[in-house]
Design a protein around this ligand. Structure first.
Ligand code: NAD
Length: 406
């Protein structure tokens, strides 16, 4: 059994091939309802620069978004980028902090009647100016607020990780189907020029046959406790760095290989006596093997000097990205034989607005969503397999949909 305390345990079967096919072990499954967490107002994050003038709405058929959760990422990255969007605008705000709600509402030109608290959120159903909700809350609240948004008849953009358990993800997809509304996971790298170029190069076999992927997403978190920072609270962040940051490496391994792993083994570490890691892991290290025979080594940490890196190695070359999945400043180098080419496929900054426009297109034109709920579910299943491996010391065999083979 892992040292990771469990909210609720479920019995699963994991197999290391035929010999271990019926080994029964327990694995963690933190269900949202069982966690007892709820949305609560927080202070204005430090360093927020509110706009001098509200962003423009470019087209009459632009899709109105409600922003649920006015935290660091919403206020510093997402909301300012609506100005670059062709087909999406901010139509409502949802926050538990009345003062922040007023200040942000005034700066973004959102009228008082379109500013909601968590308690008054259900009223948004009657707000015809709002067609979509962007859930930018702590990860442990994604499932609940996505379901609430569907209940109010809105489409949903949900931040990563989709949720903290595959059961929650399945509920979110079912709610989307019941409401006949779109569900998109905000995996921004699917709209980021350097990552898109890397996928194009991999598909064109620019490195030959893929052999190895290495990713690292790490930084050193300052002193903190679960009571003061949701990122180190198990109920709101799951296992910690993997769901929050390592998920970029997991995603990259999948979109660069174009494959699903067929086996996973992993190790976690949680130092004793460090309040940052009283409830979450400090490091997670994962080995994947793909059906082609290619391997991936993924590392993520909240306790080592910062690195954001993705590398693929094939039989005739390599792709190096460092940083690989940042908001801006990503790099891409193609190494072929003795030659190295630094590529500049565009401005990373466009990823945010493109992501917003993509959901707006899907809502208006019925176009398929590149990063649907099913992708978020797939990734959460892999995260569950990673923790199951770390908990048991076993290699986990996987089905193509990411579920664990019994
Ligand atoms: P944050 O702590 O800065 O903001 C979270 C906000 O949620 C708070 O300000 C508050 O308004 C609201 N909130 C409601 N209930 C809360 C509660 N019980 N505890 C804490 N906050 C509560 O966090 P953030 O960095 O903005 O992250 C928010 C979401 O965005 C997370 O899901 C995170 O994974 C995601 N995110 C994504 C990216 C990306 O690049 N796609 C980057 C950063 C964060």
């Amino acid at each position: 059994m892992t040292d990771f305390e469990l909210t609720r345990r479920r019995l699963i079967q994991v197999g290391g091939g035929a010999a271990a096919a019926s080994l029964m072990v327990t694995a963690e499954s933190a269900l949202g309802q069982a966690r007892g967490v709820s949305a609560a107002g927080q202070p204005m994050p430090e360093g927020v620069e509110l706009p001098d003038a509200p962003p423009r709405q470019r087209r009459s058929d632009s899709v109105g978004f409600a922003i649920i959760g006015l935290g660091d990422y919403a206020l510093k990255q997402i909301m300012p980028r609506f100005d670059q969007s062709e087909r999406a605008h901010i139509a409502a705000l949802v926050s538990g902090n009345p003062r922040k709600l007023r200040e942000v509402g005034e700066a973004y030109g959102i009228p008082p009647e379109s500013r909601y608290s968590y308690d008054s959120f259900a009223d948004i159903a009657a707000d015809n100016g709002v067609e979509a909700a962007y859930v930018v809350l702590p990860s442990g609240l994604h499932a609940e607020w996505t379901e609430r948004a569907f209940a109010a008849g809105k489409h949903v953009m949900c931040e990563k990780p989709m949720a903290l358990s595959s059961e929650e993800c399945e509920r979110m997809i079912a709610a989307s189907n019941r409401a006949n509304r779109k569900l998109m996971i905000a995996y921004r790298c699917h709209f980021e020029p350097y990552n898109l170029k890397a996928v194009e190069l991999m598909e064109a076999e620019a490195v030959g046959d893929l052999r190895l992927i290495r990713t690292e997403h790490s930084y050193r978190m300052g002193p903190t406790t679960p009571a003061e920072n949701w990122r180190v609270s198990r109920a709101l962040a799951g296992g910690g760095p993997l769901e929050d940051y390592g998920i970029y490496g997991l995603q990259a391994a999948l979109y660069l290989s174009g494959e699903m792993p067929e086996r996973i083994s992993a190790a976690t570490h949680r130092p004793i006596g460090d309040q940052r890691f009283a409830e979450i892991f400090a490091h997670v290290s994962v080995q994947c093997r793909f059906p082609s025979g290619a391997a991936a080594h993924l590392v993520t940490s909240y306790d080592s000097a910062g690195l954001n890196m993705v590398e693929t190695r094939g039989t005739s070359g390599a792709l190096m990205m460092q940083p690989a999945t940042n908001y801006s400043g990503n790099t891409l180098t193609l190494e072929a034989g003795r030659e190295k080419h630094d590529l500049s496929p565009g401005n990373s900054n466009v990823q945010f607005a493109r992501q917003l426009d993509h959901l707006a297109d899907a809502i208006r034109g019925g176009t398929p969503i590149r990063t649907p709920g099913e992708m978020g579910l797939r990734d959460v299943r892999l995260i569950e397999a990673i923790y199951a491996s770390a908990a048991t010391g076993r290699t986990i065999m996987l089905n193509p949909d990411g579920t664990m083979r019994s």
